[in-house]
Design a protein around this ligand. Structure first.
Ligand SMILES: [Zn+2]
Length: 423
């Protein structure tokens, strides 16, 4: 029976193959994918960081409440010239390790600290290249994998990279030049300064979304930044970009709120940014979205979050646990989106089998095998579908039952992060 089916299928693949075997835009079984991207400003201490992370990512009982079992990342600094936090790798602007350093390393290794929010808090100036040099030495010595950088602070923070005139971190010849160091340890995804108010990138769109995109672009339509008009109109999560020194990278957009600008993108703004209606819209559009926030900017101990913030996060946890919304870290979401959008693959039908070959991605980056986690292909015969990455067979391909569209598929397993133990 299967052979007859596949024979018919093979005969019609010539004209209909895109419908027969196709890449699902979001990993099975989810409808949309979300990252909550928390800049580390105003996270006062290691204790605060740990309490928040346990609440978000475990199911333990915490001072905030019963843990939500999500997968949400965090960012970090190496230095703090304003003495505003103890949550840094080095003490203030010394080169002496802080008590938080060991834990930060653990969380980077586990994938839960997944981006660098610049080398440190230098919002009032005082940054020097030697800070970046010792940070990069630390990254190399500890063999840390960090792909993502997000700018921080006002125009006086010259270590920022990007196209704006005050962003000197990628200008060779500037005393603040650091992007050669970032390149030497593999940073690839950069958040320059873009935020948007459109729910969902790379998903379905309505007419009003184009108007919102125009409004977002308006803020940047000065001087050299007209290129952002196209970026907003295309509404991709990420696009390739070039730093001022020629380094080829990807830049990405973070979502602020569909209701316009929020004064402080902090824990208490989350209910406004991520209402159930917004989550529903994201799922309806099958979009990707990275939410801009500062979870360390909150009501303080012991509970940190108000009831309405907790309710918002509980709703997101419900959508995740009921298989509608994939929730993961900023970097994992960026990798997933990049791989999905630029995947170069083909398939053939042979001896009653559907064989899918993942060849490369059509972008300036070579993913590791692990970076294909979650990729899902619709196939008419999941039980006899094989997947090969770079010519090597994936041994643990998962056969999925029909999803909400009624179509069956296979997936490369998506492995959840493992929360660090023994803290
Ligand atoms: Zn910041």
């Amino acid at each position: 029976m299967r052979y007859i089916f596949l024979l018919i299928f093979a005969l019609i693949t010539g004209c209909r193959h895109e419908k027969a075997v196709s890449l699902r835009p979001i990993p099975y079984p989810y409808r949309a994918a979300l990252a909550i991207s928390s800049d580390c400003d105003r996270t006062d201490s290691l204790g605060e960081f740990l309490t928040i992370m346990r609440y978000l990512n475990t199911t333990d009982s915490t001072p905030i409440g019963r843990g939500l079992g999500l997968e949400i990342g965090y960012s970090f600094w190496f230095f703090d010239a304003l003495h505003s936090t103890r949550f840094t790798v080095f003490k203030d602007t010394s080169f002496e390790l802080s008590p938080a350093a060991k834990t930060i390393v653990k969380f980077i290794r586990a994938g839960y600290i997944d981006y660098l929010h610049t080398f440190g808090e230098f919002s009032l100036g005082g940054f020097r290249r030697e800070f970046a040099e010792s940070a990069v030495t630390f990254i190399k010595r500890n063999n840390l994998k960090l792909l993502t950088w997000i700018n921080h602070g006002p125009p006086t923070n010259h270590q920022n990279v990007g196209p704006l005139s005050f962003q000197l971190g990628d200008n060779p010849g500037s005393p603040y030049y650091v992007s050669d160091l970032l390149k030497s340890v593999g940073f690839k995804f950069f958040g320059f300064y873009e935020v948007c108010h459109n729910v969902g990138q790379d998903g379905r769109r309505r007419f009003i979304d184009y108007l919102k995109a125009l409004k977002d672009a308006q803020a940047y339509l000065t001087g050299a930044h007209h290129w952002l008009l196209g970026f907003y109109l295309r509404n991709h999560l990420l696009e390739s970009a070039q730093l001022d020194d020629g380094y080829e990278v990807f830049h990405f957009v973070r979502y602020m709120s569909s209701m316009g600008r929020v004064a402080h993108a902090n824990a208490e703004a989350l209910p406004r940014q991520l209402s159930p209606q917004v989550i529903e819209e994201l799922e309806r559009k099958s979009g990707y979205m990275i939410v801009y926030t500062h979870l360390g900017d909150n009501l303080g101990p012991p509970e940190y979050f108000s009831d309405s913030t907790k309710k918002t996060l509980e709703h997101i946890a419900k959508e995740f646990h009921e298989d509608r919304l994939l929730v993961t870290t900023t970097t994992r979401l960026l990798v997933l989106n990049l791989v999905e959008r630029y995947l170069n693959w083909h398939y053939k039908v042979e001896n009653g089998k559907v064989i899918i070959f993942i060849d490369r991605i059509k972008a300036n980056w070579k993913p590791e095998e692990d970076d294909f986690q979650g990729l899902t292909f619709y196939t008419p015969a999941p039980e006899s579908t094989e997947v090969y990455i770079y010519g090597k067979k994936v041994k643990d391909v998962v056969v999925n039952p029909p999803d909400f569209t009624g179509r069956r598929s296979v997936s490369i397993p998506w492995r959840p992060l493992k929360f660090p133990e023994g803290l």
